[in-house]
Design a protein around this ligand. Structure first.
Ligand code: C2E
Ligand code: MG
Ligand code: MG
Length: 636
């Protein structure tokens, strides 16, 4: 019997042993009811569980879908990345290889295959550097020692440092190979063809060290070569340093144009190069300046022979675009170790020697002598004294009259600068004016001359002119016109009484600015004379560039009179030219009555020279001018 029913039966059994059916019935019914309740509860939790399971299932499904989508996306991304990586690797300008820790190749790009003409059969994953190098050795794209290469590569990678090598290929290409170590003991190799870059670098280096016009080494490279040569001197050898410039190159440039000038420099450069032996250096160190290092010399004569050879080569005539050109050169020579073992010292010595060569008359060579140093120092001292003289008032003007050849009467006086230094005494203008020009003192000094000459002349009879010499530097200076205007204004001198004398060298700087300055002076009413005519390079052409009022025929043509036939012809021609161009022709430096008669006969209209009067201090000149004073009433 079921235990529960037994208990219910027991409960419904009265003490009499009789079974109370009602009680039993109730008990059984309540037991059923209880059981029904349990059943319902169970059913409910089962259906809840099923619902939850369903939900879980749905969530899982969604999650799986999401994950799958994410994975697909990631896969697509990876694929794209791979494509990009492959494209990048294969389109690199460098060849790229990657090796694993066991030295087996993992990646090799197309550039590598193309660079060395290697096939995929050889450069397949898993191959080694040795495989590749041995193959390239056979096909001729590697000529080094394979074992040595691999050994040094391994050593670098083991140390964790980049292995870098420049490889010259048998076909002339240069490849820069870098092997970068990786953490796993492998390495990434890049090969870059740097042939073109090296060529460009070489070209740039050449350009930096060479002069583009002549193709010769420039000043910078010259200094390097000199430093190298001086190392040899320390070890006991001797070298010669020759410094040269072309005499009157500027005139060629100015009269025939810069193109012809450039052409001339090129040809000169070639001729100089041909004069040298291997190991010697010729450089262009300035406009028309060249410097030569002569190595392996034994005695000064060796350099003198070269200097002579150079002069002959430079002096040979040139045919430049149909123009026949002649040019000469002056050469300054210094030797190491005798004249110095420092570059600067030697260059200075050669420069001084060049200065000496020019002072000796152009077209020579000259060795440095210690006395030159002394002369240079004297020149420095002259510069200092000259600067002091202007403030100390040590300058004065003397006046030399010029006279009409018609009536032998004074028409004007030329102001000539005089300097009396307290220590040195009288110094001639030919000595100090070039120095004043070089140090720029000529501008203030020239202004002083202008002011003083105008002030003095304002006190002379009113038909007497005053001539003032201007140096090229003054003519080119922007203060010229104001200086002239101020000198005229403060003195009250009529502009027509002022004559400006310029030499042909002014016109050698035949810039628009020079000609413009002359025209502006002329517009003021000032007269312009061409001084020392005939001493320049291209005298007649200068006459065309400006309408002068007067030509002063240089003393050197007058001193040959009355006998020298060429002087006669020149003076006659120039005087004739002046007459035709409506200019006064003045003969300079007339010293004898015969010369005076002859210049008059040859057509000169004016003369100047010791015959009539030397340059005089202003007080003495005033006495000479006394007879020219007209009655006060007329001069006022
Ligand atoms: P220059 O302008 O041709 O002056 C004429 C020179 O010839 C003067 O020399 C004069 O003394 C000299 N002379 C004149 N007649 C005779 C003669 O019959 N025989 C000889 N042997 N010589 C004669 P100086 O005074 O020594 O001047 C030389 C040069 O210095 C001048 O040549 C001129 O170019 C320059 N100079 C003089 N004063 C000045 C100045 O104030 N400024 C500038 N820029 N240059 C000046
Ligand atoms: Mg003069
Ligand atoms: Mg003169």
């Amino acid at each position: 019997m079921h235990k529960l029913f037994a208990r219910q039966l027991a409960k419904a059994t009265k003490p009499s042993g009789e079974v109370d059916l009602n009680v039993l019935g109730e008990l059984v019914i309540s037991a059923y009811e209880e059981s029904d309740r349990d059943q319902r509860r169970t059913d409910r939790s089962i259906s809840l569980m099923i619902e939850e399971l369903d939900q879980l299932n749905r969530d899982l499904g969604r999650m799986i879908e999401e994950r799958t989508a994410a994975l697909r996306e990631r896969e697509a991304q990876l694929q794209a990345q791979n494509l990009r990586f492959n494209a990048a690797v294969n389109n690199m300008s460098q060849a790229l290889l990657m090796f694993d820790g066991l030295g087996r190749m993992v990646i090799c790009n197309e550039r590598y295959l193309r660079m060395y003409g290697v096939s995929l059969e050889v450069a397949k994953p898993g191959c080694t550097v040795r495989d590749l190098l041995e193959h390239r050795k056979v096909t001729g794209t590697f000529s080094g020692d394979t074992d040595e290469y691999i050994e040094s590569l391994r050593a670098s990678i083991a140390k964790g440092v980049t292995h870098a090598k420049l490889i010259e290929l048998p076909d002339g290409r240069t490849v820069s190979v870098l092997n970068h170590p990786m953490d796993d003991g492998g390495w990434v190799a890049t090969h870059e063809d740097i042939t073109e870059r090296r060529r460009t670098e070489k070209k740039i280096a050449h350009m930096a060290g060479h002069d583009s016009l002549s193709g010769l080494p420039n000043r910078m490279l010259f200094h390097e070569r000199l430093a190298q040569a001086l190392v040899g001197v320390q070890r006991g050898s001797q070298i010669g340093l020759l410094y040269l410039d072309l005499d009157r190159f500027k005139s060629v440039n100015d009269s025939l144009g810069h193109q012809i000038g450039d052409e001339l420099l090129k040809v000169v450069a070639g001729r100089l190069r041909n004069c040298l032996r291997e190991g010697d250096t010729v450089a262009r160190v300035g406009g028309d300046e060249f410097a030569i290092i002569q190595v392996g010399i034994e005695r000064p004569l060796d350099i003198a022979i070269l200097a002579r050879r150079i002069r002959e080569a430079v002096r040979a005539p040139y045919d430049l675009a149909g123009h026949a050109v002649m040019i000469d050169t002056s050469i300054g020579i210094a030797m190491a170790p005798v004249d110095g073992i420092e570059a600067d010292q030697l260059l200075k010595a050669a420069d001084m020697a060049l200065y000496g060569a020019k002072a000796d008359g152009r077209g020579t060579h000259c060795f440095f002598e210690p006395a030159m140093d002394a002369r240079m120092k004297a020149r420095r001292a002259l510069e200092i004294a000259l600067r002091k003289a202007l403030t100390a008032g040590d300058f004065d003007l003397h006046y030399q009259p010029f006279v009409s050849l018609e009536d032998n009467r004074i028409t004007g006086c030329e102001a000539l600068l005089r300097w009396t230094d307290p220590e040195r005494g009288d110094i001639p203008p030919a000595e100090f004016i070039p120095v004043a020009e070089e140090i720029g003192l000529i501008v203030p000094l020239g202004e002083w001359v202008l002011r003083k000459a105008c002030a003095d002349a304002a006190r002379w009879p009113s038909h007497i002119k005053v001539a003032v010499n201007l140096s090229p530097i003054q003519v080119m200076h922007q203060n010229l016109i104001p200086a002239v205007v101020s000198a005229l204004a403060s003195s009250g001198l009529a502009p027509e009484r002022l004559e400006i004398e310029i030499t042909e060298s002014v016109l050698m700087h035949n810039t628009e600015m020079t000609i413009d300055a002359l025209h502006r002076l002329r517009e003021l009413g000032v007269r312009i004379s061409m001084d020392d005519f005939g001493t320049g390079y291209s005298s007649l052409s200068y006459l065309r560039s400006f309408p002068f009022d007067k030509i002063k025929i240089d003393r050197c043509f007058i001193s040959g009179l009355p006998d020298a036939k060429d002087s006669i012809a020149i003076v006659r021609a120039v005087a004739g030219l002046a007459r035709n161009l409506n200019m006064i022709a003045t003969a300079e430096g007339v010293e004898t009555p015969q010369q005076r008669e002859q210049v008059r006969a040859l057509g000169c209209t004016e003369m100047q020279g010791f015959l009539f009067s030397r340059p005089l201090p202003v007080e003495q000149l005033s006495l000479l001018l006394e007879p020219y004073r007209v009655p006060l009433a007329r001069s006022a």
